[in-house]
Design a protein around this ligand. Structure first.
Ligand code: NDP
Length: 447
C-alpha cells in the first residue's frame, strides 16, 4: 500500500503511460521505499520531484531501415530515453532484443537514474535500444543495422550530452560498429561518447568484467556483513552473456563454486564448477547455445531444457539474464533450499512477489540498481580515462571498481539503518539514490 500522496502520483504515472507494465513495476518499487522520505522531507513534495522524476526529459523513437543479406529491406524501431540529467550527461546502455519497446526502455532508464546516483560519479540516467534481434544475423547484417541505428542516434549524443554503452545484445562488436559510424558522421574522434569500447581505441580495462565482478563483490559484502563468505558455497548464476560470465569468474576468485549457467533455451548444471574457458569459447567466440556446454564438458554436466535454473540447490543466487526471470515459485524453492543471499546482476530480475519472499525469509537481497552498478561505474571510469587521454592498469581499475562496490554496499546499509529498516538493501538503494537526484533537481529550479 502507498500513502495517498504517493498513490495519487502513481495513478498519474499509470494514466500517462498505459500498457507499460515493466515501467509501472519499476516506479512502484521505488515509490514503496520513498514513503519514509516524504514525511521527513516535505520539500520534495513541494517541488513535485516525483512527478518530474517519472517523466523523462526526452524520448526519442526512430525508424531503423537496413538491408539483410538477401537484399531484403528490414525495418526496426530505435529508442533512446534521455531520462534525467540532474547529476551528469545521460548514461545507460543500448539493448538489442525483440522484446524491446518503449516501456522496457523506460523501466531501464528509470532504474538507471538511481543506480548512477549511487555510484557517486557524475552521470545522469538514460537507456535505449531496438527490437532488432541479433541472434543468427551475420556480421555484415549487424554492421548495417548498427550503422543505420547510429545515423539517427548520433545527433542526440555527445560526451557532455548522452553517452550510451552496451546491454543485452550489444557487446564489443556492436559498440565498434556504432562508434565507427559516429566518428564518420561527426568527423570527430570523440572517445568519451560511447563506453565499452575496444582496448585499442579508447576502451577501459575491466569494463567488460565490471558488471559481473561487481555483482559478485556486492554479494560478498552482504555475506561478510552477516559473518559469512563465498568460501566453498554453491552459487547459481543465470544467463551466459557478458554479466553472467564475469560473475562466474569473480565467484570462483572469491572461493565460491558456480554450478549453473543458462540462456533462453535452458540451463546447465555442472557440479564440478562451471568451466569458464569452455563457456567463453562457446558464448563469446562461437556465439553458440548453452546446450553445447553440456555436450562438450562431459564429466556429468547436464543440460535441462524445460525448468528453472533456480531449482538447483544453492547457497547464493546471482540472476544475470533479464527482467522478471525469478518468480515467486523460484524464490520459495531457493528459500526452501537454504539460500543465504541474492545479488541481482541483471536489471529487475526478481519479481516483486519473489522479493517479498526473500524479505520474509530474511535472505540478503541486493537489488540490481546497487548490485549491478559496477558496469556503469566502470563506464564512468572509462569516460575519465578518455577525458584525460590516459589508460589505467587492470589492477588500478579493478581496485576502483571494488571500492565503488563496497561504498555502494555501505551506503545502502547506512541509509536503511537511518530510516529504521536495518538490512533492507532495496530501501537503502532507492532512498540514497533518490536523495542526491532530488536535491540537485531542487537546486536547478523548475526545469
Ligand atoms: P548479454 O546479451 O550479454 O547476455 C544476456 C544473457 O541473458 C544471454 O545468456 C541471454 O540468452 C539471456 N537472456 C536474455 N533475455 C532472456 C530471456 N528473455 N529469457 C531467458 N534468457 C534471456 O547481456 P548482458 O549480460 O549484458 O545483460 C544481462 C542483464 O544484465 C540485463 O538485464 C542487463 O540489463 C543487465 N546489465 C548489464 C550491464 C552490462 O554492463 N552489460 C550493466 C548492468 C546491468 P539468449 O542468448 O538465449 O538470449
Amino acid at each position: 500500500m502507498l500513502d495517498s500522496t504517493l498513490q495519487a502520483t502513481y495513478d498519474q504515472v499509470l494514466h500517462r503511460n498505459p500498457g507499460e507494465p515493466e515501467f509501472h513495476q519499476a516506479v512502484r518499487e521505488v515509490f514503496e521505499s520513498l514513503e519514509v522520505v516524504q514525511s521527513r522531507h516535505p520539500e520534495y513534495q513541494d517541488h513535485s520531484i516525483l512527478m518530474r522524476l517519472c517523466e523523462p526529459e526526452r524520448q526519442i523513437i526512430f525508424r531503423v531501415p537496413w538491408v539483410d543479406d538477401d537484399g531484403v529491406v528490414q525495418v526496426n524501431r530505435g529508442f533512446r530515453v534521455e531520462y534525467n540529467s540532474a547529476l551528469g550527461p545521460y548514461k545507460g546502455g543500448l539493448r538489442f532484443h525483440p522484446s524491446v519497446n518503449l516501456g522496457i526502455v523506460k523501466f531501464l532508464g528509470f532504474e538507471q537514474i538511481f543506480k548512477n546516483s549511487l555510484t557517486g560519479l557524475p552521470i545522469g540516467g538514460g537507456k535505449g535500444g531496438s527490437d532488432f534481434d541479433p541472434h543468427g544475423r551475420s556480421d555484415g547484417e549487424i554492421m548495417r543495422f548498427c550503422q543505420s541505428f547510429m545515423t539517427e542516434l548520433h545527433r542526440h549524443m555527445g560526451e557532455y550530452t548522452d553517452v550510451p554503452a552496451g546491454d543485452i545484445g550489444v557487446g564489443a562488436r556492436e559498440i565498434g560498429y556504432l562508434f565507427g559510424q559516429y566518428k564518420r558522421l561527426t568527423n570527430r574522434y570523440e572517445a568519451g561518447v560511447l563506453t565499452g569500447k575496444g582496448l585499442d581505441w579508447g576502451g577501459s580495462l575491466v569494463r567488460k568484467e565490471a558488471t559481473g565482478y561487481g555483482a559478485a563483490i556486492f554479494a560478498d559484502e552482504m555475506l561478510k556483513a552477516n559473518g559469512s563468505s563465498f568460501d566453498g558455497r554453491r552459487v547459481a548464476v543465470s544467463g551466459s552473456g557478458n554479466v553472467a560470465i564475469y560473475a562466474i569468474e569473480k565467484v570462483r576468485q572469491l572461493g565460491g563454486i558456480p554450478v549453473t549457467a543458462s540462456d533462453s533455451t535452458g540451463y546447465v548444471v555442472d557440479e564440478n564448477g562451471v568451466d569458464l574457458a569452455l563457456l567463453q569459447q562457446i558464448k563469446e567466440v562461437e556465439r553458440g547455445r548453452i546446450v553445447e556446454y553440456a555436450e562438450r564438458r562431459g564429466n556429468g554436466a547436464r543440460f535441462v531444457a524445460n525448468g528453472s535454473v533456480w531449482d538447483v540447490p544453492v547457497d547464493i543466487a546471482l540472476p544475470c539474464a533479464t527482467q522478471n526471470e525469478l518468480n515467486v515459485e523460484d524464490a520459495r524453492t531457493l528459500v526452501k533450499n537454504g539460500v543465504l543471499a541474492v545479488s541481482e546482476g541483471a536489471n529487475m530480475p526478481c519479481t516483486p512477489e519473489a522479493v517479498a519472499v526473500f524479505r520474509e525469509a530474511d535472505v540478503r537481497y541486493g537489488p540490481g540498481k546497487a548490485a549491478n552498478a559496477g558496469g556503469v561505474a566502470t563506464s564512468a571510469l572509462e569516460m575519465q580515462q578518455n577525458a584525460s587521454r590516459d589508460a589505467w592498469s587492470f589492477e588500478h581499475t579493478e581496485e576502483r571498481l571494488t571500492q565503488i562496490m563496497k561504498g555502494i554496499h555501505t551506503t545502502c546499509l547506512e541509509t536503511a539503518d537511518e530510516f529504521g529498516r536495518p538490512g533492507d538493501y532495496a530501501l537503502g538503494a532507492n532512498v540514497a539514490g533518490f536523495r542526491k537526484v532530488a536535491d540537485a533537481m531542487i537546486a536547478f529550479g523548475v526545469i
